[in-house]
Ligand binder design. Sequence first.
Ligand code: AMP
Length: 313
Amino acid sequence: MSLVVVGSIAFDAVRTPFGARERMLGGSAVHFSLASSFFTDVRVVGPVGDDFGEAEHEVLAQRGIRTDDIEHVAGGKTFFWRGHYDYDLNVAHTDDTQLNVFGDFQPKLSGESRASESVFLANIQPDLQLEVREQCSAASLVGLDSMNLWIETARDSLARAIGAVDLVLMNDAELRMLTEQPQLLRAARAVMAMGPRMVVAKQGEYGAALFTEDSFFALPGYPLEDVVDPTGAGDSFAGGFLGYLDAIGPDAIDDQALRRAMTYGSVMASFNVEQFGTERVQRLTHGEINRRFEEFKSITHLEAVPLELRVFG
Ligand code: AMP
């Protein structure tokens, strides 16, 4: 199976209470592809500028990620994001966003990318997400992430993109903002009414919740003592989740598989936040992933609670 991702390929400047980096490799597509590369074949779609060099390519290539659909825009500058976190590491404060080469990017996917079974439309301008989704007509599982910036500035485009996917993975606060529903269950239902059959609400260190038409499943975050930089945690979660589902194939996706996918998502996010940027995931091993997954197993094998029995909503 194979998985294609479009999203930002970036340089990030990040400050947290535990330190700072002025320029590190980042971007939603980068964090997603690194995490998902532990599970399946991954291709990245997106533009970069002259400042994106061999060293950055190598980070992806070393994990076997296919970079043929990364377009080098001569004379251009790579997407740049500056942000900081205060002691509540669940809230990212954006200080600067420079779209640069994404400003007039027209995605042109190779035949191999268009033939991918799974697609992730990572956080980027929603019209670009939709263009990629439309080119991947063979895909049977398409997920999407977004953020407050696009809810505020491109709401109609975002609604069209959401209408074309199977799965939405977003922060719970952004789901509430998108749907104008303070109750998370109602927000998830409102998203499903737009088209998707699954919604994952990411809740930072508190974990994540999965909603389908007839089931609900929540998982706490992996309890970590040292969180250094949460940037990319959401994309790493999505990478573990979709990477695992792509690896097992569409026919094997059932309730149990979705619980495992949630668990792999949490495991990948937990590694991501232990160091700045991609530093931790770059040197991660399958053994470390498997050990953390085993620790989580007892939680993930809880019985499903049918929504008719819920005591909320
Ligand atoms: P997250 O997983 O939500 O922490 O995503 C972090 C990544 O999102 C960073 O590496 C940024 O480069 C990227 N990012 C921040 N703002 C935007 C934006 N407006 N569009 C696309 N990517 C962004």
